[in-house]
Ligand binder design. Structure first.
Ligand SMILES: [Zn+2]
Length: 123
């Protein structure tokens, strides 16, 4: 609602091979540039969505779950191309959240996004 809040838009996207496809609605107001181990090694940039703003359109059976640390975040990888498309997790208050890998949005240009530094390495 603030002056600088970008508008929400509906995007489509998917994994690299195209078997996993989604549609989502987001304002992309917060995109992470996180220094934790997995975001660093995989070059992941997430934006967080309410589960109802994210719909898996194809490839539900083509996902592999990757868990590490305390298993708080369930990374969803395409079985064939290995891309981390999204993750499911819970906020500290317990509400479900989808962390979408913004690099999976169709036509995205990462260099044009405003990123928010996150000190995940020290959390
Ligand atoms: Zn794939």
């Amino acid at each position: 609602m603030g002056l600088h809040m970008p508008d929400s838009k509906t995007y489509t996207g998917g994994c690299h091979c195209g078997q996993v496809r989604f549609e989502c609605t987001t304002d992309m107001a917060m995109v992470t540039a996180c220094n934790c181990s997995i975001c660093t090694k995989k070059g992941l940039h997430f934006t967080f969505l309410a589960p109802q703003s994210f719909q898996l359109r194809a490839g539900e059976d083509n996902l592999r779950e990757y868990l590490f640390n305390k298993h708080a975040i369930r990374h969803q990888l395409c079985l064939d191309c290995g891309v981390d498309v999204f993750a499911r997790g819970k906020k500290p208050d317990g509400t479900e959240v989808v962390a979408l890998n913004v690099a999976c949005i169709d036509g995205i240009d990462l260099a044009k996004l405003t990123m928010t530094p996150i000190d995940g390495r020290n959390r």
